[in-house]
Design a binder for this molecule. Structure first.
Ligand code: XMP
Length: 526
């Protein structure tokens, strides 16, 4: 499969002023992008070694260099194409990025005896457009081990902290700036103002990037890319594939066929709701495949979590391929790839890391399929995808849908899967969702569901002894699913959930609430 060229979604007929963020492996690159977008300025993160010749055709309005874990003083540290500095495009270097600009322009840097981490007090020493309107003294967030001790020619020192002589440097004439601290983090009091100054006052970019303009441009672009060809899409019911499919359908209508594989592992009524919403409300061309038996057969007797995930992933691909083969002349495949997926696969730090579980994403299709990709959400964060969904008029239930794993209820039934156990967990889960949705909590937990454990215990119901299943309830707070805490649900809500489950779901006589965070647990039990 082929992927679109660098940041295609932002390009196109009416290209917005685009800021490029060169990513040197910082923890905070996504935050820089977020702050920029919050100012209604369009930006994209690109790998640090992106050559100027790849950026130039996109006519960058400004470039921001991120921080990074390395030291510029160490041989082999990540470098950027020097033509980027020579390009004349306004540039802001943050932390490592500032040191790179400094070095490239001839500064002297030294390794500090004691690295500086955490809060520091910034004093503005000189007026420059970058620090215009910034309080004379304010708290900033530092995280560095090297420091600029002699400025490059043409630069002035614009701000300092007690332990950092050059905390901000400026070359107003060349529009080159550097800050040693991190303006993108909330702990830097005037950070947003500094980024705003750079984008507005220095680079002269207007804040006119809106979701509506993103939608219009994407539609125009998809039409141009696809022409009269046919396109398919795997619809999962999740917000990403829903928004991607709707966007493409707005562009090319009947040329798009959505394939919805019902693997039987969805929540109560979910399969019907997905098909109804897309067919009847959004008028998409949907092929619904009832593959429930097929998946159940393949999963029969399998209790190992990884094995379940692998079987589901493979079977999904097989079903999808069979259905796709029935539609002649398909050239394109729509995928709901998001920005974090794109970044994760490119940033230097993503090369490390241990496998915890093999996440299966519906739509994670094999390389050898002979389609070109359409990834209209490649440039967006999750909350931006929801905003696009709203602009497109998608039902709230889809736009605000809580995350749901590709392998579905299979990873919420500990031990082997049977139809009965699926029914049981589905009913219990529906009660958890109904009660939590109805409680209108603020903030609402990020994710909440029921798990069917393999534990049976003794109970007493109507004077008789029972020996039945234990259902666990999980509700978590999280920002991104990477870390999570258990939600402090009110006791009366927990009581309602527990009472309803034991009364309404046959085969359950005990309910437990999961009070572990991630780490050390994971969100899903498998
Ligand atoms: P874990 O269990 O890894 O889950 O802490 C983190 C988040 O990812 C979701 N999840 C998945 N999503 N395919 C998905 O698309 C998967 O295989 C998968 N496994 C877990 C989980 O629901 C949580 O939001």
């Amino acid at each position: 499969m082929t992927s679109p060229a660098l940041g295609t979604p932002g390009a196109g007929p009416a290209q917005p002023a685009t800021v490029f963020i060169l990513d040197f492996g910082a923890q905070y690159s996504q935050l820089i992008a977020r702050r920029t977008r919050e100012l209604n300025v369009y930006c994209e993160i690109v790998p640090y070694d992106t050559p100027w010749r790849a950026l130039a055709p996109r006519n960058p309005a400004a470039i921001i260099l991120s921080g990074g874990p390395e030291s510029t003083l160490v041989p082999g540290a990540p470098q950027m194409d020097p033509d980027i500095i020579r390009s004349g495009v306004p540039m802001l270097g943050i932390c490592y990025g500032m040191q790179l600009i400094a070095r490239e322009c001839g500064a002297e840097l030294v390794k500090l005896d004691h690295a500086e981490y955490g809060p520091a007090m910034l004093t503005v020493d000189r007026q420059t457009p970058l620090l215009s309107g910034v309080a004379a003294q304010s708290r900033v967030w530092m995280s560095h081990g090297d420091s600029v001790v002699r400025l490059p020619e043409g630069f002035v020192e614009a701000g300092s902290t007690p332990r950092c002589r050059v905390a901000a440097m400026a070359n107003d004439e060349r529009k080159l700036y550097g800050v040693q601290f991190h303006p993108e983090v909330v702990h830097t009091e005037q950070g947003k103002k500094i980024i705003e100054n750079f984008l507005h006052a220095v680079a002269g970019i207007r804040s006119d990037w809106q979701m509506e303009s993103f939608v219009d441009r994407s539609i125009e672009q998809i039409r141009e890319q696809v022409g009269r060809d046919k396109v398919i899409c795997a619809l999962s019911g999740g917000v990403d594939s829903a928004v991607a499919a709707t966007l493409v359908s707005r562009a090319i209508g009947e040329q798009l066929t959505c394939i919805f594989v019902d693997h039987g592992l969805l929540r109560k009524n979910e399969a019907n709701r997905v098909v109804e919403a897309f067919r009847d409300v959004l008028h998409l061309n949907v092929v619904a495949v009832d593959a429930r038996k097929r998946f159940l057969d393949k999963l029969a007797g399998v209790s190992d979590p990884e094995q379940k995930r692998i079987i589901i992933g493979h079977e999904f691909i097989r079903v999808f391929e069979e259905e796709a083969a029935k539609i002649p002349g398909v050239k394109y495949l729509v995928q709901g790839t998001l920005y974090p997926d794109v970044i994760e696969s490119k940033t230097p730090q993503s090369k490390a890391g241990h496998k915890i579980k093999s996440h299966h994403n519906v739509g994670g299709l094999p390389e050898q399929m002979n389609f070109s990709l359409i990834e209209p959400l490649r440039a967006l964060f999750k909350d931006e995808v929801r905003a696009v969904g709203k602009v497109l008029g998608l039902p709230e239930a889809i736009v605000q849908r809580q995350p749901f794993p590709g392998p579905g209820l299979a990873v919420r039934i500990i031990d082997a899967i049977t139809e009965e156990r699926l029914d049981l967990v589905r009913e219990a889960d529906a009660i958890v969702c109904e009660e939590i949705d109805g409680a209108e909590l603020d903030p609402k937990p990020w994710q909440y569901f029921a798990v069917l454990t393999p534990v049976k215990s003794v109970g007493v119901m109507g004077d008789g002894r029972t020996y039945s299943n234990l259902v666990a309830v999980r509700a978590i707070t999280s920002e991104d699913g990477m870390t999570a805490d258990w939600a402090r649900l009110p006791y009366d809500l927990l009581e309602r959930i527990s009472t309803r489950i034991v009364n309404e779901v046959p085969g359950v006589n005990r309910v437990a609430y999961d009070i572990t965070s991630k780490p050390p647990s994971t969100v899903e039990w498998e």
